[in-house]
Design a protein around this ligand. Structure first.
Ligand code: GLP
Length: 248
């Protein structure tokens, strides 16, 4: 595993964007797995700036996002489709039909999950998967549980995730209770996984994910078994991991 400790949120964002830009340059028609949350916003802004000012192109790229809240329409301002449009897709030259987010309004969510896995498989898998990290160690919306779930699936969000994400809604009562998320299978099959973390409130999850036991109670811990992971963080997020001697 490669580890980058960067200077603050901005340094973490710039490094993350640099890794994604390198992927775009090396393989212009790559499949990019993208994430939402506050962590990747700075990296997306940097990519948009490099597109605007430096000609970085997304023209041949296909994007597949990790997850979507069940029950939110694409134009709901807290949906992950809306997030992606506003934070990245509307600011770069990605082709509109080539951005994919699970459909939170699908009448048959199980069929939608199957469609999503088929889509990823037909694309030949994911070249680079960007991940944030939930405070409870979740990736995408793969929540702590008794088993790693391989396929895209509908998940019940844990109280801690609902509470963590309530900051984006008027109140916790408005946070959807379920989501559709890419499973551990597609994430682990990605050829390169880039985990971006920032801030002290991620330090415990980073520690548990990368130097604790591999357990579905900490979904990100499965990444210890992935052959090509890059962890990008700032000092507060990496503190406990580095104090423990670094990744396992
Ligand atoms: C959400 C998303 C995750 C994200 C996590 C952390 O629950 N489903 O993909 O990694 O939040 O978010 P943040 O980056 O805002 O801390």
């Amino acid at each position: 595993m490669r580890l980058y400790q960067e200077n603050g949120y901005d340094g973490m964002s710039r490094r993350t964007a640099g890794i994604i830009a390198a992927q775009l340059i090396a393989k212009p028609d790559c499949v990019l797995g993208l994430a939402t949350g506050s962590t990747p916003v700075g990296a997306y802004q940097q990519l948009a700036a490099w597109h605007r000012e430096g000609g970085l192109s997304f023209q041949e790229v296909t994007c597949v996002n990790l997850d979507e809240y069940k029950g939110l329409a694409p134009d709901h301002d807290q949906s992950y489709r809306y997030f992606m449009q506003h934070n990245l897709f509307d600011h770069v030259d990605v082709r509109p039909g080539f951005t994919n987010v699970p459909d939170g309004l699908a009448a048959d969510p199980a069929a939608e999950c199957l469609r999503y896995d088929t889509l990823i498989r037909d694309l030949g898998g994911i070249d680079l998967q960007l991940l944030g990290l939930g405070r409870n160690g979740h990736i995408g919306f793969n929540e702590p549980g008794d088993a790693f779930v391989r396929p895209t699936h509908v998940v019940d969000l844990t109280p801690s995730t609902i509470e963590a994400n309530a900051r984006f809604f008027a109140n916790a009562g408005e946070v959807p209770r379920q989501a559709l998320t890419m499973g551990i299978g597609a994430i682990m099959a990605a050829r390169h996984v880039v985990v971006a973390v920032s801030g002290a409130d991620k330090a415990q999850a980073v520690h548990d994910a990368f130097c604790g036991p591999v357990t579905p109670q900490v979904p990100a811990s499965i990444l210890q078994l992935h052959p090509h992971v890059t962890l990008v963080g700032d000092a507060p997020a990496l503190k406990l991991l580095l104090e423990a001697g670094g990744p396992a």
